[in-house]
Design a protein around this ligand. Structure first.
Ligand SMILES: C[S@@+](CC[C@H](N)C(=O)[O-])C[C@H]1O[C@@H](n2cnc3c(N)ncnc32)[C@H](O)[C@@H]1O
Length: 244
């Protein structure tokens, strides 16, 4: 938590400044695993969609060297201002679009976190993200992912359509316009496309890129407004490992 972060719009939810939803105050399970890896990794770690730093700041505190990437340069500026002096020499801020605008040497990263990011990309871009992450990671390196499911909040209105598309074999059954479901006060905080995931689709992305799946589980944050909860399967967390 940082004094520099914008005011929460609902309990634990901090608005992004580019209509890309919210950053949670509470780090996700994938972020916790990323932070733990930062304490021991000999190589730098990458966080994409780092926003104001709910995962990057504790990962720095744990001793990691972190490249923090986000589409929003102004969110990254706040992240940089929030980092204590002792951690700043191990923080690289990278305003860029993942994966297209990022370039790392093969095997150069110990871990990558993409928490609540991939669900804003079309299917082929998600596949490229997994392929690039696999190449950039060292053998044994880990890709930590959090995505939204059709159980989250307003998106539960899309579940029947998601399931109908999945039954007919659509490769990407989760493409919707979130503004079709959100309430007026949320509409302008969301983009015009989301790609919602269920376990089978996220697992397929990881396996097809060559990862071994260590964790693939549903969860909801402990601090999360009741009005956005449905059945406890609001999010998916994944840890995928590049074989050593
Ligand atoms: C919903 S917020 C999530 C923030 C934080 N990772 C969390 O889990 O709470 C999504 C963030 O990802 C960024 N983002 C979305 N798509 C991106 C992309 N393709 N490349 C880099 N950043 C992206 C947005 O600008 C926004 O700051």
């Amino acid at each position: 938590m940082s004094d520099h972060w914008p005011q929460e719009i609902e309990d634990g939810l901090i608005p992004t400044d580019n209509a890309m939803g919210i950053m949670t105050r509470e780090p996700s399970p994938a972020a916790e695993a990323f932070i733990a890896l930062a304490a021991t990794s000999r190589r730098p770690l990458l966080e994409v969609g780092a926003a104001y730093g709910n995962a990057t700041l504790p990962a720095l505190r744990a001793g990691g060297t972190i490249v923090a990437c986000d589409l929003s340069a102004s969110e990254l500026q706040i992240l940089g201002e929030s980092a204590p002096e002792r951690d700043r020499s191990r923080l690289v801020l990278m305003p860029a679009r993942f994966p297209e605008e990022l370039h790392f040497a093969e095997g150069s990263l110990g871990g990558i976190l993409a928490a609540q990011v991939l669900h804003f990309s079309e299917g082929p871009t998600v596949e490229r993200a997994f392929a690039d992450a696999w190449r950039w990671l060292e053998p044994g390196g880990k890709f930590f992912v959090v995505v939204m499911t059709p159980s989250l909040s307003y998106y539960s209105k899309f579940r029947a359509e998601y399931e109908a598309r999945a039954v007919r074999g659509d490769r990407w059954p989760g493409i919707f316009n979130p503004r079709d479901a959100a309430t007026p006060e949320w509409k302008d905080r969301l983009p015009t496309m989301v790609n919602l995931f269920e376990k089978d689709v996220l697992g397929r992305c990881a396996r097809e890129a060559g990862f071994e799946i260590e964790v693939l589980e549903y969860f909801c944050f402990r601090q999360f407004p009741d009005k956005h909860r449905t059945d406890g399967r609001e999010f998916l967390t994944m840890t995928a490992r590049k074989p050593a």
